[in-house]
Design a protein around this ligand. Structure first.
Ligand SMILES: Cc1ncc(COP(=O)(O)O)c(C=O)c1O
Length: 390
């Protein structure tokens, strides 16, 4: 079966954050929405079918997590990443961000230090500061258009830190980390008693030939000292289903997290979550591979267009996911002027790079998880604004 990623679907009026949320952020609705990290493709038909099928039964009562739900996750991570996981290592959490928030509250106390590597997915810093923990930053190094970890700085900054939140693969840089980087992090964190929370929500969107390496797989120390966060939400475009999960190998950490969840029934999922997750993980292989090929085509399109027509904007080609980090420093525009260029000039809604930390100054994040025709229109608009600038 060939799936259709070209279809332009109007999401207006569905309370979609990406579309209907523009009014609140920019006070206007005439922008092409290329910001919030979901895709404009239809959620796979087998996921929608599973939800419809469940709705055919007239009672939406309290629902236990079926064994088949756990099995679908166990089989998926084994098949894709060679991860050996047992059902008891898993916990349902509604979202990765809520799960990270729960884990911060479970494993740290107010005033404790939590480290991140900016520029990074912006809620990481809120999760720390809004929970009254202290934020420690270990900024990434940018060399030859690629981000790398600054391991020397990491070693120095990690003293006294309780938790390190890793973004693997990295958003917004789209980086698939080198095994050596992950191993080094695992060693340092084990020596310094720092628990690693590895956010792997974009893992399934790793673009071939790159391969995702789960942090817990890099060494025994990594496996014993980490909480992994995964979900089918990004890859199968179903974040509105609120269905994510954690994987914890270490029995001690697992017991603590389990007790924390139990105390508030925080892992109470919902009746549609389990069949949706199961459908994605048992039937999703082919859909995902076609989707990744489409995304790769969109990335190539943007990269080539920019190189040819707008050389002062450079695309950092992601190794994973549909988010393209645009280096706009060549335009020499300050923060407000850069945003104005994209919004008033090009009529595009992108994420402002500084949302991800001051290290994102001069960058914008472009979401290419959309039909090619939408992207073509966006690039034409950007080109016109670029021409007007010079
Ligand atoms: C790295 C990362 N983690 C978490 C999330 C959001 O996860 P959730 O919607 O499950 O809370 C996103 C969404 O963009 C993300 O990029």
């Amino acid at each position: 079966m060939i799936y259709d990623f070209d279809e332009v679907i109007d999401r207006t009026g569905t309370s979609a954050e990406k579309v209907d949320g523009m009014k609140e952020v920019w006070g206007r609705t005439d922008l092409i929405p290329l910001w919030v990290a979901d895709m404009d493709f239809a959620t796979p038909p087998f996921v929608l079918d599973a939800i419809r099928k469940r709705c055919e039964h007239p009672v939406l009562g309290y629902t236990a997590k079926p064994d088949s739900y756990y099995r679908s996750i166990v089989d998926w991570v084994k098949h894709r990443y060679g991860m050996e996981v047992e059902a008891e290592f898993l916990n349902y959490v509604p979202g990765v961000v809520p799960g990270l928030g729960m884990a911060i509250n479970c494993f740290t106390r107010p005033g404790d230090k939590v480290m991140i590597m900016p520029p990074v997915y912006h809620p990481f810093s809120w999760l720390v500061t809004r929970n009254n923990r202290r934020l420690v930053k270990c900024p990434l190094k940018l060399a030859d258009g690629h981000y790398r970890m600054d391991l020397e700085l990491f070693r120095r900054s990690v003293k006294g830190v309780r938790v390190f939140i890793l973004c693997n693969p990295h958003n917004p840089g789209g980086v698939v980390w080198e095994p050596e980087e992950l191993k080094a992090i695992a060693e340092i964190c084990a020596e310094e008693n720092v628990i690693v929370f590895s956010d792997e929500i974009h893992a399934d969107l790793t673009l071939p030939p790159n391969r995702h390496l789960p942090f817990a797989m890099v060494s025994d120390r990594a496996r014993n000292n980490s909480v992994t966060f995964m979900a089918p939400s990004k890859a199968f475009n179903m974040p509105g289903m609120a269905a994510s999960h954690t994987i914890i190998y270490n029995a001690g950490l697992r017991g603590r997290f389990r007790a924390y969840l139990d105390a508030g029934e925080l892992d109470m999922g919902h009746v549609l979550a389990y069949p949706a997750v199961e459908a994605a993980y048992t039937q999703g292989e082919e859909w995902l591979s076609q989707c990744l090929a489409y995304i790769q085509g969109n990335i190539d399109y943007v990269d080539e267009y920019l190189k040819k027509a707008m050389p002062k904007i450079r695309a950092m080609r992601p190794q994973a996911s549909y988010l393209v980090w645009l280096d706009c420093r060549g335009l020499n525009l300050e923060h407000d002027a850069l945003n104005d260029f994209f919004v008033s000039g090009a009529h595009l809604a992108l994420n402002d790079g500084e949302m991800f930390g001051e290290e994102g100054k001069g960058f914008m994040r472009l979401n290419v998880g959309c039909p090619r025709a939408v992207l073509e229109r966006a690039m034409r608009q950007l080109e016109a604004a670029y021409a007007a600038l010079s």
